[in-house]
Design a protein around this ligand. Structure first.
Ligand code: AMP
Length: 399
């Protein structure tokens, strides 16, 4: 499936292409047709699944043909200003070639931003992305043009309830016309979310994109390293234990090529798979690996999904995957069938926040090993949470 199959306007397709999206993610494939058909939707989808574009794309597409001037057409309510900003940036990119406008309205700004928000809210903006408290501050002043609103999105609804925003959300909804399309996204579906959905949504379609957790028999561990320590450490680890079949993942094909060269030079039986190789060559390499003639296969994420290789005893993430889904797919290449497996991830300084996001999705931290002495000290693990604060250890959301 590709984005053209949704029947999107050309201007939107241009934005999608410029954003580098090639194929819809599972949540997008499932949710977008229902939104386009005008249905209310309740979707359980975590961050990292592409859920933001799953609601932004159909909204932008629908708004391309509406009048852009005097009112607010869509309201996206989110728990934090970081998320509001992130969604606004997404929106700006995807809607770049359209005339659909948007503004983020979030707490903590200065007086200047309040005036700018007031201006947009009173003259109209197609999509307003807001945090509940700040929206209420504006609503209390009486100029927000919500009378013609058509779409309401509640994103990360479970987090909003955890943060005590229930009353604020209901107050905002009181300002909205009764006839509108409602979309609710939540990472988890506890009872209180279902209650909220019952009050707000009208005969919703339910979409469930829950990631299956990696099996417990996969032993996961991570090394917190400086980028320059990765190459020597990988060579060391691959020769340390008697792993028979090793899959190394890199996010960039340039890294795949360099690393394969280095491993070959170190005398290891290694080869590579990435999108620059002809299909036939890829199949040859894969077959060598499957039959045990090749010990180390270095690959990009093209190999992380859907390819069945039995008996991989070590998956090594040379870099942190883009999101939790990729992580789970990558490490799921080991410990298949009856066998056990190990999954090791290298986390450089700039990858720490991303890895913390993955740990959040897993619901538990991945044990960290210290870098062997001969490679020097590694950095400490100090990821920042999405509100910019240092994440206290043990603050992983249980799912
Ligand atoms: P989200 O779950 O909305 O936080 O999105 C996670 C990441 O996936 C973001 O960096 C998006 O830009 C990216 N993304 C969303 N949709 C796609 C897609 N169809 N193809 C590739 N990347 C995507």
């Amino acid at each position: 499936m590709n984005f053209r199959d949704f029947g999107f306007h050309e201007q939107l397709l241009e934005g999608i292409e410029a954003g580098g999206y090639e194929t819809p993610t599972p949540v997008q494939a499932q949710v977008i047709p229902h939104i386009l058909a005008g249905k209310d939707v309740i979707a359980s989808a975590q961050t990292g699944t592409g859920k933001t574009a799953a609601f932004l794309l159909p909204l932008i597409d629908k708004l391309i043909e509406t009048n852009h001037n005097d009112h607010i057409s869509a309201l996206v309510i989110v728990p934090t200003r970081e998320l509001a900003l992130q969604i606004a940036q997404h929106m700006e990119g995807l809607a770049y070639f359209t005339s659909v406008s948007s503004i983020a309205v979030y707490g903590g700004g200065d007086g200047g931003s309040f005036i700018q928000e007031k201006q947009a809210l009173s003259s109209g903006a197609d999509v307003v992305i807001c945090t509940p408290g700040k929206m209420i501050a504006h609503l209390n002043m009486g100029y927000v043009k919500l009378q013609k609103l058509q779409y309401l999105v509640l994103d990360e609804a479970d987090r909003m309830l955890d943060m005590g925003f229930y009353d604020d959300i209901m107050r905002i909804i009181n300002y909205l016309p009764a006839k509108r399309q409602n979309l609710l996204f939540s990472a988890t579906m506890p009872h209180k979310i279902r209650e909220l959905a019952k009050r707000i949504l009208h005969q919703p379609v339910e979409v469930n994109i829950s990631l299956s957790k990696p099996p417990d028999k996969i032993k996961q561990l991570a090394y917190v390293v400086y980028e320059a320590q990765k190459m020597p450490l990988v060579k060391y680890l691959l020769q340390l234990r008697d792993f028979k079949s090793i899959l190394v993942f890199c996010s960039r094909k340039q890294n795949v090529k360099q690393l394969t060269q280095q491993l070959k030079r170190a005398g290891l039986s290694a080869d590579e798979i990435h999108s620059d190789l002809e299909q036939q060559k890829r199949e040859e390499v894969l077959s060598e690996f499957r039959t045990g003639h090749l010990k180390v296969l270095v690959a990009t994420d093209i190999l992380s999904r859907g390819i069945d290789i039995e008996d991989v005893d070590l998956v090594l993430n040379y870099d942190v995957p883009h999101d939790g889904e990729d992580y789970i797919h990558r490490i799921g290449r080991t410990a298949r069938a009856e066998s056990d497996g190990t999954a090791i991830t290298f986390i450089s300084e700039k990858e720490q926040n991303r890895f913390a996001g993955i740990e959040n999705l897993l619901g538990k931290p991945v044990p960290k090993s210290s870098v062997p002495q001969q490679f020097g000290l590694g950095p400490s693990y100090q990821p920042r949470s999405r509100n910019g604060k240092k994440r206290p250890s043990g603050s992983y959301r249980q799912r």
